[in-house]
Design a protein around this ligand. Structure first.
Ligand code: ADP
Length: 449
């Protein structure tokens, strides 16, 4: 016999005992007045009614508790009813704990999906939105609360999405514009359960942009190489088939040399860019004397200018920079080369190193050259962007110089700032962060001439 059956038997026995006691008491009282049988029946009836009433009251309290809010404690009774209430309450609390644990698991599961970098949208069999994460809401321009239970195709109207959903064509992902026509989405639909659908969205705007940039880059490189190659092929043809005088031959060879040098410069810049993209960031604890870097670029600048410009260098004797020497020389050198190439003879070029209040430092090259019109300034650090293609090529430009400078600065945590006025001159600033620059004891030696 189980414990509960024991309680039940005890309960019934208690009731029968009370009944018998009631009947006995009734019989005793009946005997006093000479009606023992009537007394027994009345005593039994009264005891039965009392027992039934008490049980009914306890049952009512239990039923009342079961119907009401379950956060109240169960009625405390003795005996059978107490055991029943205790068991019901234990069962209820166990259920509540199980439901709470399930809820918690669901919450964790949903917050896991919420953290996904992709959009997740759950649709019921009729295509109504059951749930969506924040990313999907952003991708499709939905309100994660207000738009629940709305038909998805009423809110996401891109024809590719609507027809894929209606035709059940879920094999191929669909590409559609993002909310408010911003960016491009890659959307994958999968059905699950009883006709329900899982919609996964991914923002591929960046990927598409990178792909377009790669295509442009390849097209630009091909174009840049094809032009000198075509010229070279023409000269070879001329040399092979035309009887040229010695002077003409020399002139043709000089022009061929020029084209070859141009291709070499282009390939060198392309290799530099590839190297910059493929190598880890320069170490932050490899300190270089700024003065040494400036001496080198100054010597190169003087040689390139050949005395056609006034070139001045100031500051930097007390500075050190943490980074890659080759890259920094290339960035500083490119600015000076440009200043010389885009400043007519007699112009002035000032290269200076200065400290800024926040501990960062700035290498600045200012020239009195041709300047850059405002509309070009934002784009001149793009690969192959030239304001004046023929001038750039004439002076040996590849169109990659400033792209290299920008890349080098980004790798050192810095930035390139440009100020320019057409016909007046330009100032290029390379700002290096405080973490990568420091002062050292200044040397008294003048910068090398
Ligand atoms: P390029 O090899 O053509 O000089 P860059 O990337 O170095 O390529 O420069 C991009 C463009 O920016 C140049 O074609 C030129 O039009 C402009 N530019 C760069 N530096 C200067 C400067 N100091 N003065 C005027 N224009 C400049």
């Amino acid at each position: 016999m189980s414990r509960f059956e024991g309680w039940l038997v005890g309960h019934v026995a208690g009731r029968v005992t009370r009944l018998v006691l009631g009947m006995a008491a009734g019989a005793a009282a009946g005997r006093v007045v000479g009606w023992p049988v009537v007394g027994t029946v009345v005593g039994g009836l009264l005891a039965g009614a009392w027992v039934t009433l008490r049980d009914a009251r306890r049952a009512a309290r239990l039923a009342d508790w079961l119907h009401g809010p379950t956060d109240r404690p169960a009625p405390r009774e003795r005996g059978f009813w107490g055991e029943l209430a205790y068991r019901a309450e234990r069962l209820l609390r166990r259920r509540e704990r199980a439901i709470e644990a399930e809820r918690e698991r669901l919450r964790q599961f949903l917050s896991g999906i919420e953290a996904s970098p992709n959009g997740v949208l759950l649709l019921d069999a009729e295509g109504h939105i059951e749930w969506c994460n924040g990313v999907a809401a952003q991708h499709f321009g939905l309100d994660p609360q207000r738009d629940l239970q709305q038909r998805a195709t009423n809110l996401i109207r891109a024809p590719a999405f609507v027809s894929a959903l209606q035709e059940g064509a879920f094999d191929e992902p669909v590409t559609l514009p993002g909310a408010a026509d911003r960016g491009t989405l890659h959307v994958l639909i999968r059905s699950y359960g009883a006709g329900m659908k899982l919609v996964l969205s991914q923002d591929i705007t960046e990927r598409e942009r990178a792909e377009a940039m790669r295509r442009d880059f390849v097209a630009n490189v091909s174009h840049e190489i094809r032009t000198p190659l075509t010229v070279l092929a023409g000269f070879i043809e001329t040399l092979a088939h035309l009887p040229l005088s010695e002077t003409e031959r020399h002139r043709v060879l000089a022009l061929m040399q020029q084209q070859t040098t141009r291709m070499q410069a282009l390939v060198a810049d392309l290799l530099t860019l590839a190297q910059l993209e493929g190598s880890p960031r320069p170490a932050g604890d490899h300190w270089l004397a700024v003065r040494g870097l400036l001496d080198t670029v100054r010597a190169d600048a003087l040689a390139l200018s050949g005395g056609r410009h006034r070139i001045e260098f100031t500051g930097g004797a007390d500075a050190e920079v943490a980074g890659n020497e080759h890259e920094l020389l290339s960035a500083f050198g490119n600015l000076l080369t440009n200043a010389i190439r885009y400043t007519p003879e007699g112009g002035r070029i000032i290269a200076s190193w200065s400290w800024r209040d926040d501990g960062s430092a700035c290498f600045e090259v200012e020239d009195t050259g041709i300047g850059i019109a405002r509309e070009h300034i934002a784009r001149i650090t793009e690969r192959f962007y030239r304001v004046d293609g023929s001038r750039s090529r004439e002076t040996g430009g590849t169109g990659l110089g400033l792209a290299i400078v920008k890349h080098v600065l980004q790798r050192h945590g810095g930035e390139v700032l440009v100020e320019s006025e057409l016909g007046k001159g330009s100032t290029f600033r390379l700002v290096l962060p405080a973490l990568r620059v420091r002062r050292r004891a200044a040397s008294n030696e003048p910068l090398a001439a």
